[in-house]
Design a protein around this ligand. Structure first.
Ligand code: NAD
Ligand code: TYD
Length: 348
């Protein structure tokens, strides 16, 4: 029996990772640690909450003493660390909370893991989940590889870059067994509707303006969240200690083209006229420091560990739009309360 601590398991990607591990590894105890910020929602895990190999703990990763107690109390052997503040726009408004959670929170987990494991590092693993945004911004050509130098531009990506450096420093200084992955933009079910895809699906449904930053020409590389969770599974079990793996599906989209695909899919599923909701597109002031292009080269992950994305983008987007249309109560729940205040401050 292994005791695996998954942090941020009530969030978007974390909930998919928790579900995959709870269902696929009945011999593991999965401890989901989450402080339930605005982005954390236990509804995301209601299908597995009663499984015997699953435990939820509400705690803040910045609380070092609590992390020490949890590592000792649950006899933790492995960590998959996803807890973070994750939205670039929020990091522009409030960089301190990003430094606190993403840097200090990661440090407190690292220190607790080191103290628990230092007498015997055998079969231990600290897996840090990071982002391609640490590499900065590309021009029209080229890809991020594992060798690309870090060049973060937003407070979010700067805080994630810093946390990656701390994880490597714990490996180099104390020998802590670790692995890092840097993934491209995710999409799929249970994503909080502040990020582009769920925000726009929800706005199209309610005939609300679609706020496109700048000219809509920025490019992102999109991966279906279940494929990210599968990659995390493979890297956790087969990744080389001390290594970094890039995760992405070679699936680049200019924002405005992606938005038109979303509109087409939602309109068709709602029985609206083709392209009817394009009138909702509203160009707004660009995001400060807006990275132009992200594109991940995940050849290493494919060649060394055999991972590949499981589906094509068109299929993933259709599944995703259907999920949001069929789960309106989930959206109503997460967009009540504080969300309205955030939306007003951000977009009006
Ligand atoms: P999310 O914002 O949906 O979820 C984050 C979770 O962390 C929430 O459940 C929240 O309650 C929890 N959390 C926040 N602060 C905490 C704290 N101090 N203590 C304990 N829990 C806390 O984020 P996500 O999109 O699921 O991203 C998860 C991870 O994956 C992050 O580390 C992010 O940087 C990384 N990542 C995200 C993407 C993406 O496209 N969303 C891409 C690559 C990497
Ligand atoms: P987002 O989902 O916030 O992810 P990230 O900034 O981490 O890549 O944004 C994806 C792209 O969509 C990014 O280029 C910014 C753009 N965007 C908009 O044009 N309008 C919006 O309201 C949002 C949230 C994002």
């Amino acid at each position: 029996m292994k005791n695996i601590l998954i942090t941020g398991g009530a969030g978007f990607i974390g909930s998919h990772v928790v579900r995959l591990f709870v269902n696929n590894y009945p011999d593991y105890n999965i401890i989901n640690l989450d402080s339930l910020t605005y982005a954390g929602n236990l509804e995301n895990l209601k299908d597995i909450k009663d499984k015997s190999n699953y435990t939820f703990v509400k705690a803040d990763i910045c609380d070092y003493e609590e992390m020490e107690r949890l590592f000792m109390g649950f006899d933790i052997d492995g960590v998959i660390h996803l807890a973070a503040e994750s939205h670039v726009d929020r990091s522009i408004k409030d960089p301190f909370s990003f430094a606190k959670t993403n840097v200090m929170g990661t440090l407190s987990l690292l220190q607790a893991a080191k103290n628990k494991w230092r007498d015997n590092y055998n079969d231990k693993m600290f897996y840090h989940v990071s982002t391609d945004e640490v590499y900065g911004s590309l021009g029209d050509e080229g890809f991020f590889t594992e060798e690309t130098s870090y060049d973060p531009h937003s407070p979010y990506s700067a805080s994630k870059a810093s946390s990656d450096h701390f994880v490597r420093a714990f490996h180099d200084t104390y020998g802590l067994p670790m692995v890092i992955s840097n993934c491209s933009n995710n999409y799929g079910s249970y994503q909080f509707p502040e990020k582009l895809i769920p925000l726009f699906i929800n706005n199209i449904c309610h005939n609300k303006p679609l706020p496109v930053y700048g000219k809509g020409e920025n490019i992102r590389d999109w991966l279906f969240v279940n494929d990210h969770a599968r990659a995390i599974d493979v890297i956790f079990h087969k990744g080389k200690l001390g290594d970094t793996y890039n995760i992405g599906g070679f699936n680049e989209w200019k924002n405005i083209d992606l938005i038109k695909v979303i509109i087409k899919t939602v309109d068709s599923l709602l029985g609206r006229k083709k392209g009817e909701s394009e009138k909702l597109i509203t160009y707004v002031t660009d995001r400060a420091g807006h990275d132009f292009r992200y594109a991940i080269d995940s050849t290493k992950l494919k060649n060394e560990l055999g991972w590949e994305p499981s589906l094509q983008f068109e299929e993933g987007i259709e599944k995703t739009v259907k999920w949001y249309l069929e789960n309106q109560p989930w959206i109503d729940n997460v967009t009540s309360g504080d969300y309205q205040k955030y939306y007003k401050e951000m977009y009006s």
